[in-house]
Ligand binder design. Structure first.
Ligand code: NAP
Length: 275
């Protein structure tokens, strides 16, 4: 089986690519855009470029595609161009595993089940480009394809397969190492998911023929403050340096409060246990 990981140089994509490489009977190819990359087997590709995308896809012709691409403020372009190119090239035989986010529930009244309606942020919101593009992507996939798994995740944390930490834990460690206090909000509730667990379940979805929308992560949700306090302790730092952040914010830029995910479905259909 041939698997293509788009975004194989990214935080999550790196782990997925490495795990697939270590899996029997799987041939894996991965793409990057700007790098830097430590793995010179990766193929440089801008998914938004129609000609190079088409050349690449026709040449490689994968059986499964993992979409682990992210472009933050340009996410909309990534969906309108890159994802659309992919959808145009996919045949019903090729499975798409699309990594989505808890931010598709922008009204922030979780916990959410897989079939709860998605909601968007106002267009002028700081995170609207990313969050709304993810909603659009999911709707597009659902409308145009049948052979897919959409995997929604909350904040991903931990060391990936090349020892890179997520940005939040990295920042936490930086402050605590200097014995400086750092504040996180106690009113933003999320389902934090370990990168190792997420990457492993993606590999399982590559190998089985399970289709649909799934929420990844453990059963419990936590606030950023709770999560980071525990993380500080686990990393051997003084947890009291983690403080509660201000909950004041401008109404127009309100961050979705509770985007936590109900995750029973994925634990029923896969072997994965989420810590
Ligand atoms: N990180 C989280 O906490 C989190 C939470 C929920 C969901 N997710 C989802 O998980 C997936 C992976 O996120 P991540 O944190 O691993 O992101 P990341 O570290 O920012 O990686 C993004 C990847 O996308 C590639 N890329 C960006 N624009 C591209 C383009 N035009 N053409 C080709 N490749 C392009 C980047 O390549 P270069 O780096 O080489 O430029 C990189 O490999 C995304 O779908 C994201 O929405 C992430």
């Amino acid at each position: 089986m041939k698997v293509c990981v788009f975004g194989a140089s990214g935080y999550l994509g790196t782990s997925v690519y490495q795990l697939l490489k270590d899996t029997d009977d799987i041939e894996v190819i991965g793409t990057y855009l700007k790098g830097p990359i430590i793995n010179d087997e990766l193929y440089k590709l801008d998914v938004n470029n129609p000609e190079s995308f088409s050349d690449f896809f026709k040449r490689e012709s994968p059986d499964v595609v993992v979409w682990s691409v992210m472009s933050g403020q340009n996410e909309d372009k990534l969906i309108n161009e890159g994802l659309l190119h992919l959808i145009t090239h996919l045949t019903p035989k090729t499975k798409l595993i699309y990594i989505s986010t808890d931010f598709v529930f922008a009204d922030g009244k979780g916990p959410y089940k897989e079939d709860d309606p998605m909601s968007k942020l106002p267009d002028d919101h700081l995170y609207s480009n990313y969050a709304n593009a993810k909603v659009k992507a999911e709707r597009l996939i659902n409308k145009e394809l049948s052979n897919y798994a959409i995997l929604r995740a909350g904040p991903i944390y931990g060391e990936n397969k090349i020892g890179k930490l997520d940005d939040r834990t990295d920042k936490l460690s930086y402050y605590l190492r200097l014995e400086k206090p750092i504040a996180f909000r106690d009113d933003l509730i999320r389902t934090f998911v370990r990168i190792e667990d997420l990457a492993t379940v993606i590999v399982e979805l590559v190998q089985n023929d399970v289709k649909g929308v799934f929420h990844a992560g453990p059963n419990e949700s936590q606030s950023y403050y709770q999560f980071m306090s525990t993380m500080a302790e686990q990393l051997g730092y003084n947890p009291h340096l983690v403080e509660k952040g201000s909950e004041e914010e401008e109404a127009d830029f309100e961050v979705p409060k509770n985007t936590s995910l109900k995750t029973e479905k994925i634990t029923e259909i896969t072997k994965q246990e989420f810590k």
